[in-house]
Design a protein around this ligand. Structure first.
Ligand SMILES: [Zn+2]
Length: 517
């Protein structure tokens, strides 16, 4: 009876008055966060950040928050290798994902188990967002927050998961249950904005010998893969970056662009990778606003300076949410436009790329070991632009042989759409012959890449019953091409599981389908 009258009450507070008064005391004010905190403390916060939150404490904490808030629903989204439940915190003032006017945002942290401040920052964020005075932001935003992707690694403070795999190199082959869970969620809600939260380790020997190290509390990285539309990449650089940076600076959080490589004079510096096997680019290539946030690791990678690290991560996530709140309709419209099939279907698809200079020099904020002070160094060999060095004309799809169960399983893990293919005079089939294996430089690694020749095959010589057809006219079309083409430097064949595909003097088992229309 009670359930019929009050279906979703769960004994929660309904913060109507607080909601009405929200503007002046909200998270968007400049008040230090400490002054606003008055509710449930995160497990690390309750111990004054002398220890990180353990998995069991985190689970208890998020369920307590769930009970106290109307805005939050905690959902299990999968299990780690060692059987720990993975949780998503859904923040919404309506049925999550159902109101198509709202923008959908996904933030996840701690794919790397030894990057603790991402999880701690996410738990601080959850605390903040369940305050009644902040509920108004969910008028325009549905937020999914996954504070910990890799609980098995976290409990041991180790980077990798329970299978010894690096989850943030697994988004293309997708062999690990934690990454499969992430992409299932992404596919279910088709988030328009994502942020993947990490930590960087600035204390390495190469830079130390150079006399400096990166010293920003927060580094942020954007999409760089050239298949991701220019409009999305430019919007990130020109609109989001200055806003995000100013938001952090005004709260005492130093910040810069994520720029690996170097040290200067020894090697070039670039804007991180364009590989689509990480959290950011794997969503980005589905035409998503997609970010990586890197907090600064502690010297001991665990509790050193943990409170400042965690609060810096928290402010970075808030900065993004605040920008999205203020610009939700513009961002939503841009993603909707770029996700139209005709905009996804670029005619020339890059398979190999390199980092290039654009004439700008980088002013990199650093710490000087000699003077024990913050400083700035100017980097002359800065290569912020990624340009294709090898492209192909867009196929309209691929025939996957049913005899290759590993490839079929891979396609299904990605939820790729399969269609029937009818023979048609405008459809041509191309078989790829691997002639010999060469090598190219990929972000300072040498990787094997085949030399390929193309042979047209007569439609009548193909038995379509033996294949499944996967079209490229889908949201994951550019991912599909990048993964399947044997000359792609980011392709499946560059992973040990699929290296057998790249044998000299062999026929590549997947057939390209081209359309003359
Ligand atoms: Zn990381």
């Amino acid at each position: 009876m009670a359930n019929l009258i009050l279906p979703n009450l769960k004994m929660k507070k309904i913060p109507l008055l607080a909601l009405a008064l929200s503007i002046s005391i909200s998270i968007f004010s400049n008040q230090p966060m400490n002054a606003q905190c008055r509710q449930l403390k995160t497990p690390a916060e309750a111990r004054e950040f002398n220890e990180v939150s353990k998995y069991s404490e985190m689970v208890e904490y998020i369920h307590q928050l769930d009970k106290s808030s109307d805005i939050l629903t905690v959902e299990k989204i999968g299990e780690s290798v060692k059987g720990r439940d993975l949780f998503m915190l859904k923040f919404s003032d309506s049925d999550f994902g159902e109101d198509k006017r709202k923008i959908r945002v996904l933030i996840h942290a701690q794919q790397h188990g030894n990057e603790q401040s991402g999880k701690e920052g996410a738990l601080l964020l959850a605390q903040e967002l369940t305050k009644p005075e902040n509920a108004y932001i969910f008028k325009y935003i549905d937020l999914a927050l996954i504070p910990q992707v890799n609980p098995d690694g976290s409990e041991l403070n180790s980077r990798r998961n329970g299978n010894g795999q690096d989850l943030n190199r697994n988004h293309l082959i997708m062999t690990e249950p934690e990454v499969v869970a992430l992409h299932k969620i992404f596919d279910r809600y088709q988030f328009e904005v994502t942020m993947d939260v990490h930590e960087y380790y600035p204390y390495g020997d190469t830079w130390k010998n150079f006399g400096y190290r990166t010293n920003s509390d927060i580094l942020v990285g954007f999409n760089t893969h050239p298949s991701i539309p220019e409009s999305i990449r430019q919007y990130q650089q020109k609109k989001i970056k200055p806003y995000y940076s100013a938001f952090l600076t005004s709260r005492g959080v130093s910040n810069a662009m994520y720029s690996p490589g170097g040290p200067p004079e020894q090697d070039y510096i670039r804007y991180s990778t364009f590989d689509i096997n990480d959290g950011r680019q794997s969503y980005g290539i589905q035409n998503t606003f997609s970010f990586i946030q890197e907090g600064m690791n502690g010297v001991d990678a665990l509790v050193d300076n943990l409170e400042h690290r965690s609060r810096s991560q928290f402010f970075g996530m808030l900065a993004l949410l605040r920008f999205v709140y203020e610009n939700h309709s513009e961002m939503k419209a841009l993603v909707a436009k770029e996700r139209r099939i005709e905009n996804i279907a670029v005619s020339e698809v890059p398979l190999q790329m390199e980092h290039f200079p654009d004439g700008t020099r980088l002013e990199l904020p650093v710490y000087s070991y000699a003077s024990n002070r913050d400083s700035v160094i100017v980097v002359n060999d800065f290569r912020p632009v990624v340009k294709p060095t090898l492209t192909i004309s867009r196929p309209c799809g691929y025939l996957f042989p049913k005899s290759h169960q590993d490839l079929i399983d891979w396609a299904f893990r990605h939820g790729l759409e399969v269609k029937p293919l009818k023979k048609d005079k405008n459809i041509m089939f191309e078989q790829l012959i691997i002639n010999k294996i060469g090598s190219i430089d990929f972000e300072r690694d040498t990787i094997a890449i085949p030399q390929v020749s193309v042979q047209k095959i007569e439609p009548k010589s193909i038995n379509l019953e033996e294949y499944i057809f996967i079209p490229t006219s889908q949201l994951k079309g550019n991912m599909l091409i990048t993964a399947i083409e044997p000359q792609s430097e980011l392709g499946l064949a560059t992973y040990s599981q699929f290296a057998y595909l790249m044998k000299a003097k062999s026929i590549y088992p997947v057939i390209r389908v081209m359309s003359s229309r």
